[in-house]
Design a binder for this molecule. Structure first.
Ligand SMILES: O=c1ccn([C@H]2C[C@H](O)[C@@H](CO)O2)c(=O)[nH]1
Ligand SMILES: [Zn+2]
Length: 136
């Protein structure tokens, strides 16, 4: 699937957002290696901290189905410029994706930032950091 279609999928995912508190729907579309697209929306809660972002919803859906290899991610929100994923989502994205994987950040007005997983979270804490201590 090309990136323009993946962005369209993220807009469809956004329509499912559960956002009674922020009224700020976000959609994510995560492309798996086999071509399957996993939709994610933000899901809020009256206990605000239990809110799950669109990006993490998409990853958790895929991983819970046994899928861990991804080739692209698109995210859309009604922001002035391209939407900016939060820190928690950047860490989850870094857990499952190569640094070179493309990430398409967009808004409803057609702004687009084509970035990568590594650019989203330089210096991410990773499994390698844990392995170093375990080897001692
Ligand atoms: O990249 C982002 C940024 C924000 N949100 C959600 C979290 C919350 O529901 C609402 C306002 O922060 O937007 C996402 O899902 N993804
Ligand atoms: Zn987030």
């Amino acid at each position: 699937m090309d990136y323009k279609n993946l962005i369209e999928e993220s807009k469809k995912a956004r329509e499912k957002a559960y956002v009674p508190y922020s009224k700020f729907p976000v959609g994510a579309a995560l492309l798996a290696e086999d071509g399957t697209v996993y939709h994610g929306c933000n899901i809020e809660n009256s206990g605000y901290s239990m809110t799950n972002c669109a990006e993490r919803t998409a990853f958790f859906k895929a991983v819970s189905e046994g899928v861990r290899t991804f080739t692209a991610l698109a995210v859309t929100g009604d922001t002035k410029g391209p939407i900016s994923p939060c820190g928690a989502c950047r860490q989850v994205i870094a857990e499952f994706c190569e640094g070179s994987m493309p990430v398409y950040l967009t808004n409803l007005d057609g702004a687009l930032s084509e970035t990568t997983v590594a650019e989203l979270l330089p210096g991410a804490f990773s499994k390698g950091d844990l392995d170093f201590a375990a080897k001692k």
